[in-house]
Write a protein that binds this ligand. Sequence first.
Ligand SMILES: [Zn+2]
Length: 258
Amino acid sequence: MTTVVLAVALIALGLVAGPFVGIVVDRAVDRIRLEPQHRCSACQTGLGSRSLRPVLSWTDHCPSCANHKGVRYPLVDVGTVVVFAALGLRFGWSPMLVPYLALGAVLVALSAIDIETHLLPNVIVWPSIVVGLFLILVFSGEFDYIDGINSALLGAAVFGGFIGLAHVVHEQGMGRGDVKLALLLGLFVGWLQPDLIDTTRLVFWTILLALTGGGILGLAYNLVRGRGRAEIPFGPALAVASLVIVVVSPAIAAGVAI
Ligand SMILES: [Zn+2]
């Protein structure tokens, strides 16, 4: 029963949060100032507060150019709901759910921005690292999980170090933004395990999953596209792989999944 209540609460929270994640994506992609409305992706006309209705507002037409407001919005809404629901399954009513929900919302925004612009803006990534570290320190202290702080820092060092090395070796494939994103992801993947060896193992599974998933998607995209090679943004692969590992980490720790 309590799981059902949590699931309903998180789906509702995801539906409410999704349109606001969409506003952050707007700001980064179209350089629109933060405002409580979405804008038409074709002509930038403001669509009013009604445009913040999750998913459904996609069918709205722009009063100026009659276009749909754009597929970005419903995808961000649905992405936020899916991520929140998956994290609810993983953490249940644990207080740890709160920082991971914050991470989930940031990752949906960054993935959408990276797909559209091939950039991971410093103005989002750096504050997320600072706030993430702050949340990790506060929650670890509050819930007597001091080992988790070392694990989070090690996770950031290993994840950031590996992706940083990949950036040096292959600058076109792995951008500087990916290195900073890896620092953020390493904090939260690392925080899951008190043991430092388990932490390192978890980070390497995340990297392997991101490289495999991102590589297959990139290959498939270039095959479908047919001509030339396109640079595929790697941020979403890193983000999705990290969220998957966060959700399945209890199975990994129990030796079930791997
Ligand atoms: Zn328009």
